[in-house]
Design a protein. Structure first.
Length: 531
C-alpha cells in the first residue's frame, strides 16, 4: 500500500466516527444524559483500537522517517499528513483492555464534571452563583464554604484521575518515553526543555512585579473584606484557583455588561473584523440550564463547517470575555480552507487556536472596543483606560503564575508516582502564587481542576498562547491603518489568509513565523505588560 492510499482508506474509516463522536460529546455536555455518555465511550474505544494498530503504526513511522529524509514521499502535503498520523498512532499503541479502561474512565470523569453542582448551605448551586459569592461576598465564613464546595469534586475525581495517570504512563514507558508528560509534549511538537526554559524565564522576570502587584491587591481585599492582610486565605480571592484577578483599582466592568446582550456584542465584534459568526451562533448552546455542563468550549463537529460553542452566559465581564474567547476558536476552525485534506483541517496547534482565542478575549480590555462595540462612549472609555491597563497587567501576572503551578504540578503528577500530591499542590501554590494553604487541610484540591481529568498536558498551551497572542497583536496592529484591532477588516483578512486557511499544513512555529516574520518570542508579551 502506498502512503496516499493509506491516508485515503484511513480517512474513510475514521472520519464518520470522529463526527459521530463529536456529536455524542456535544450531547453529553448539553444534557448530561447517559445515552450520550455511553455512545461517547464506545466511539472513543473504537477509534482507540484503530490507532492502536501496530502494523499501521510501523508503516507510518517508516514513511514519516523516509519522508523527512526526502527519499520516499516527495509530496509536502502528503508528508505532513503522514507525519501527523504517525504522531497520533504513536500515542495510541495500547492493548484492548487499556483502550477500554481509558475510554471508560475518561467518559466517567466527563460525566462527573458535567453533572457536578457545588453545595452551599445544603443546596446545590450553579457555578455562576458560586462565583458571585466569591466575587461579592464579604463574610469570610460564607466565602470559605463556597470555596470548599467548589473543590469538593476533587474527592470524587481523584481515584479515577490517578488510574488514568497510571494507564497513560504505562503506554508512554512502553514506547520508550520517561512518562506520559514527556510523550504528550513530544507528540504535540513541543520541546520540553524549551518549554521549561521559557517557564523559568517567566518565573524569574515576573516574580518581583507579581509580588508587588499582589501586595496592592491584598491590601484592597483586606480592607474590603475586613480581615488582616496576613489572614487572607484562598477563599478571599474571587476565583477558586486564583487564576484571574478580581475587580479592583476602580475598574469593575461587570457594570458595563449588566444589561448588555452578550451574544450580540460578540457578533458585532467579529462583524467588525469581517468574520461572520451568525451561523455558528445559531448552532451553539449559550445559556445555563439544568443538566448542562457549566464550563465553556468550542467544538468542530465535522471539519465541514459545523462549529459550535457551549457557554453559560450571565451578564458579566467574565462571560463577555468567555464568549469572545470561544468564538476565537470558532472562527479559526470555520475559516480553515475546505480544500485542505481532512487531516490538515485543524489549527496549526492547540496553542495556536488558544492564541487567537486569547487575542479576541482581550477586546474587553481595549478602550477602543469599549468605546465603540461596548457602547460606553469615548469619554468614559478614556477614563477607564489607565485602570484597564493596570488591571490587564495584574491579570496576566496572575495567570502566568497560575500556569506555572499547573505545568510544574502536571509534570510531577506523571513523573513521581509516590509524591504526596495534596501537599505538592499547595507547595507550588505557595511558591508561585503566594497563596497560603489552609491549615490542616489534606484534600485532593488539585483533582478539582477539570483539565487534569479530561484535558491532560494541555495547560502549557494557554501560556504559550498568551505569548503568541501578544506577538500576533503587535504584528496585526501594524497591519491596521489606525493601529487598532477593533473594527479592522485588515486584521481579519490577515488572520484568515495567513493563519486560519493553511490549517495544520505547517508546524505551529512555522505557521506563526509566516504571519509575524519570527518564531515565538516572549519579548512581545513582556513588553506589552511592562514586565
Amino acid at each position: 500500500m502506498e502512503p496516499h492510499e493509506f491516508v485515503a482508506a484511513h480517512e474513510e474509516t475514521v472520519r464518520p466516527l470522529m463526527t459521530e463522536g463529536a456529536l455524542a460529546w456535544w450531547g453529553l455536555n448539553t444534557t448530561g444524559e447517559e445515552e450520550h455518555a455511553e455512545r461517547s465511550r464506545e466511539i472513543r474505544e473504537q477509534v482507540g483500537k484503530i490507532y492502536a494498530n501496530a502494523d499501521d503504526y510501523g508503516r507510518l513511522k517508516a514513511w514519516d522517517e523516509a519522508g523527512e529524509a526526502g527519499e520516499r514521499i516527495g509530496d509536502a502535503t502528503l508528508a505532513r499528513q503522514i507525519r501527523l498520523l504517525h504522531l497520533d498512532y504513536a500515542g495510541s499503541q495500547q492493548d484492548e483492555e487499556t483502550i477500554r479502561r481509558e475510554a471508560e474512565l475518561g467518559t466517567k470523569l466527563s460525566q462527573l464534571f458535567t453533572n457536578f453542582r457545588p453545595e452551599v448551605g445544603g443546596e446545590a448551586i450553579s457555578q455562576n452563583d458560586l462565583l458571585k459569592i466569591l466575587t461579592d461576598g464579604t463574610d469570610s465564613g460564607a466565602r470559605r464554604e463556597a470555596w470548599e464546595a467548589s473543590h469538593a469534586v476533587g474527592r470524587e475525581a481523584r481515584a479515577d484521575i490517578l488510574d488514568l495517570v497510571a494507564l497513560r504512563n504505562e503506554t508512554a514507558t512502553k514506547l520508550g518515553y520517561r512518562d506520559y508528560y514527556q510523550m504528550s509534549l513530544t507528540l504535540s511538537e513541543i520541546d520540553e526543555d524549551d518549554l521549561f526554559a521559557t517557564l523559568d524565564r517567566l518565573e524569574e522576570l515576573c516574580a518581583e512585579p507579581f509580588a508587588s502587584a499582589k501586595a496592592v491587591l491584598d491590601e484592597e481585599l483586606a480592607e474590603r473584606l475586613g480581615v488582616a492582610r496576613d489572614d487572607l486565605m484562598p477563599w478571599h480571592y474571587a476565583d477558586p484557583f486564583f487564576q484571574s484577578a478580581p475587580p479592583s483599582g476602580g475598574v469593575d466592568l461587570d457594570g458595563v455588561f449588566a444589561d448588555a446582550d452578550i451574544a450580540d456584542l460578540t457578533v458585532r465584534t467579529y462583524d467588525g473584523l469581517g468574520l461572520q459568526i451568525r451561523s455558528m451562533l445559531e448552532g451553539s448552546d449559550l445559556y445555563p440550564r439544568d443538566g448542562k455542563c457549566e464550563h465553556a468550549f468550542c467544538i468542530n463537529i465535522d471539519r465541514e463547517g459545523d462549529v459550535r460553542v457551549l457557554c453559560n452566559i450571565a451578564p458579566s465581564e467574565r462571560w463577555m470575555t468567555t464568549m469572545l474567547h470561544e468564538f476565537g476558536h470558532a472562527v479559526y476552525d470555520r475559516f480553515i480552507s475546505p480544500d485542505l485534506p481532512f487531516f490538515l483541517r485543524r489549527p496549526a496547534h492547540a496553542l495556536s487556536t488558544e492564541a487567537v482565542a486569547i487575542l479576541m478575549q482581550r477586546f474587553t480590555q481595549d478602550a477602543a472596543w469599549l468605546a465603540t462595540v461596548g457602547g460606553v462612549g469615548v469619554e468614559r472609555a478614556a477614563e477607564l483606560a489607565e485602570g484597564i491597563l493596570a488591571r490587564a497587567r495584574l491579570e496576566k501576572l496572575i495567570f502566568v503564575k497560575w500556569c506555572l503551578v499547573m505545568c510544574h504540578f502536571e509534570r510531577a503528577l506523571y513523573g513521581d508516582p509516590d509524591a504526596d500530591r495534596n501537599r505538592l499542590w499547595w507547595d507550588l501554590r505557595e511558591r508561585f502564587q503566594l497563596v497560603k494553604r489552609p491549615g490542616g487541610r489534606d484534600e485532593p484540591d488539585w483533582a478539582a481542576k477539570i483539565h487534569l481529568a479530561v484535558a491532560p498536558v494541555y495547560y502549557q498551551n494557554y501560556l504559550l498562547g498568551e505569548l503568541m497572542a501578544s506577538q500576533l497583536e503587535a504584528h496585526l496592529r501594524e497591519q491596521s491603518s489606525t493601529g487598532e484591532m477593533v473594527n479592522s477588516r485588515a486584521v481579519g483578512r490577515t488572520l484568515v489568509d495567513r493563519l486560519f486557511r493553511p490549517g495544520r499544513l505547517r508546524p505551529w512555529n512555522e505557521a506563526l513565523e509566516r504571519v509575524t516574520g519570527e518564531a515565538l518570542n516572549p519579548e512581545h508579551f513582556l513588553t506589552q505588560y511592562g514586565v
